[in-house]
Design a protein. Structure first.
Length: 247
């Protein structure tokens, strides 16, 4: 799957699971099935034969090259994640899920995703501190951009039958919190391959909304990718460092 834009050429070679960026192979880290045991619906699905299966590939800090000074000046990182169409024991394949630390005041760092190829469902959840959670379910397709708002943990789910390739821009200085979702046995909802959505019984009070990805008013969709827009207008993404700028 090849992506051509003004500032970057990306080619994910599915047969070899390599990402080629401007002609050079980018090193990946991977998430294996045995690392996801705490967040699965079917926690008995893992066995000796499948425990090392790769669920998704993470290419962090991709495509800097000559544009490194722009990323460094704004403390922003550009990542590519490839989530395979793997059957998690009846559940759609997904990322482990995480929260971000506080950036300013009582607001955590935001993040923005873009679907480069495939079909995604984003599960966003905010802990209100009183045992209740606000949950947003956002469906997205190729070309859509979705903001992960401050204070929302988030999980990317491949709800299609092809590899989901997504890009993200995020502040480059912090470490994400994976433990909070893992200790709850995963996100608030499980998305099953039969299209059922099941409640995680570890969450007692949920307010759930479902929506489709929509255009973000302050971004310029004339740029083919987030990468291109960031290089041309990094000021459009200042909300990634200052979440209070989000209305």
């Amino acid at each position: 799957m090849k992506i051509e834009c003004k500032n970057l050429s990306l080619d994910f070679e599915e047969k070899t699971n390599k990402l080629i960026c401007d002609g050079e192979e980018v090193e990946s880290s991977v998430r294996r099935l045995n690392e996801m045991k705490n967040v699965l619906f079917n926690k008995n699905f893992i066995n000796k034969g499948n425990q090392n299966d790769i669920l998704y590939y993470m290419f962090r800090g991709t495509g800097y090259g000559k544009n490194s000074p722009v990323f460094d000046a704004h403390t922003i990182r550009y990542d590519i994640t490839v989530i395979m169409p793997y059957d998690l024991g009846g559940e759609f394949n997904k990322t482990e899920g995480h929260y971000h630390p506080i950036a300013e005041g009582n607001l955590s760092f935001a993040e923005i995703y873009e679907i480069l190829s495939g079909e995604a469902t984003y599960l966003l959840q905010k802990d209100n501190g009183d045992g209740s959670f606000d949950v947003k379910v956002i469906s997205a397709k190729a070309g859509d951009r979705v903001i992960m708002p401050p204070n929302y943990g988030h999980i990317s789910i491949n709800t299609g039958e092809e590899p989901l390739i997504e890009a993200n821009l995020v502040n480059s200085t912090f470490q994400s919190d994976y433990k909070s979702i893992a200790k709850m046995g995963g996100g608030a909802l499980y998305f099953m391959r039969n299209r059922n959505v099941l409640l995680n019984r570890n969450y007692e009070k949920l307010s759930i909304s479902y929506e489709e990805a929509t255009k973000i008013d302050f971004l310029d969709y004339n740029y083919p990718t987030l990468y291109d827009e960031f290089i041309a207008h990094p000021e459009h993404f200042e909300f990634l460092n200052r979440p209070s700028l989000l209305k």
